[in-house]
Design a protein around this ligand. Structure first.
Ligand SMILES: Cc1ncc(COP(=O)(O)O)c(C=O)c1O
Length: 354
């Protein structure tokens, strides 16, 4: 058996998504929430989890939870679908919707999993570079839509890794021009305080992605999508029956029960983001980009590979995005708690000065 002969070439040649394994390091690479849940609340959650019937499957399709999220967003249940993180929902979208070219359009740079998942589900990927302000190049995107007819256009709002919000007018122009579906990924929307969700009333070719991963429950793998019920009905056929396990369902209900607690964590992260931004601003050789998310994107006047490796040696993991020509010597740092941000700034200054 020669595995190379059996695997799609597009899969074989990939290196795969790399998530560094770290023990004891300060993790500022994956845009998680740095705040631990207060002990009494954590205990309460654990007690609820302790009541799970381990021998039983979870509620298939999690109808009650769907209903709760639908109520939360003022939509009907049939417009909501839950997933094992929003990554799974991206996969379900790419498996279900193929269009004439089996294609997906993404602006670049953006969240790398759109492309990885699209390729691994047999889609062609059309990449359109962002403009110099990291906003959408609307004409180029519409040109590619007309030429290629992709079934899906992924737009992260705010965008990762750049942290900015694309302009609404451009997004709306793309929604109007595409014969396919625009997926607006609002993984970081809580940190921008902006959502395009009201557009659902105006357009029927829109899907919104949301996740609890950035809000304090990354370990629980709970994402959901909201959109036109005709699209959701098709996606629901492709979804695996028990895709959201019982622990995740309990955690998501808990999130809805304690929204105030999670919202106050978001407010705190936004404060820490502003402090981190000001701290980075003082460092010569760093070019900063304003962020509407829970991370900050910057480029360095130095070799970012060297900086990254030295930071790792100091026990700090950030995301090295040294990808020319789009992102030469660029990095992304997740907003940490006060101590983590201070440790990162201290280490970065010392690494640069050496
Ligand atoms: C824009 C964007 N969408 C989706 C995800 C994935 O979220 P989840 O943990 O729900 O799979 C991420 C994770 O980093 C992200 O940056």
């Amino acid at each position: 058996m020669v595995i190379k002969d059996l695997v799609e070439r597009s899969i074989f040649k990939q290196s795969g998504y790399i998530a560094p394994e770290v023990t004891g390091a300060i993790k500022m690479d994956a845009n998680e929430n740095p705040i631990s849940l207060q002990e009494p609340l954590k205990k309460k959650l654990m007690e609820e989890m302790g009541r799970i019937d381990l021998n039983r499957y979870p509620a298939a399709g999690a109808p009650e939870l769907r209903d709760r999220f639908a109520q939360y967003y003022g939509v009907v249940k049939d417009m909501v679908m839950l997933g094992n993180g929003s990554d799974e929902l991206i996969q379900t979208l790419c498996l279900t919707l193929k269009g004439k070219i089996n294609g997906v359009l993404v602006p670049v740079p953006t969240f790398s999993m759109y492309k990885i998942i699209a390729v691994n589900t047999g889609n062609k990927v059309v990449e359109v570079p962002l403009d110099k302000n990291f906003d959408l190049d609307c004409d180029a995107i519409i040109g590619q839509i007309k030429a290629n007819f992709p079934a899906l256009v992924f737009l992260s709002y705010p965008n990762s890794p750049t942290g900015n919000l694309f302009s609404r007018d451009k997004i709306e122009a793309i929604i109007k021009k595409t014969p396919g579906i625009v997926v607006v990924d609002e993984a970081y929307a809580s940190f921008s305080g902006q959502t395009l969700l009201p557009m659902l009333k105006k357009y029927d070719n829109l899907i919104f992605l949301k996740t609890l991963s950035k809000l304090g429950l990354a370990s629980m793998r709970l994402g959901f999508l909201i959109g036109n019920r005709d699209i959701v009905a098709q996606l629901d056929k492709v979804r695996l029956p028990y895709n959201v396990n019982s622990l995740s369902q309990i955690a998501a209900n808990f999130f809805l029960d304690y929204q105030d607690e999670f919202s106050s964590q978001v407010a705190e992260i936004i404060k820490r983001r502003e402090e981190l931004y000001l701290g980075l601003k003082e460092i010569a050789g760093i070019k900063l980009y304003p962020s509407q998310a829970n991370f900050i994107f910057f480029s360095c006047a130095f070799d970012s590979n060297r900086i990254y490796n030295k930071l790792v040696a100091e026990g700090i993991i950030v995301k090295n995005l040294n990808i020319p020509p789009l992102m030469p010597n660029c990095m992304r740092v997740t907003v940490g708690n006060r101590k983590e941000n201070e440790a990162f700034l201290r280490a970065l200054k010392s690494v640069i000065s050496k």
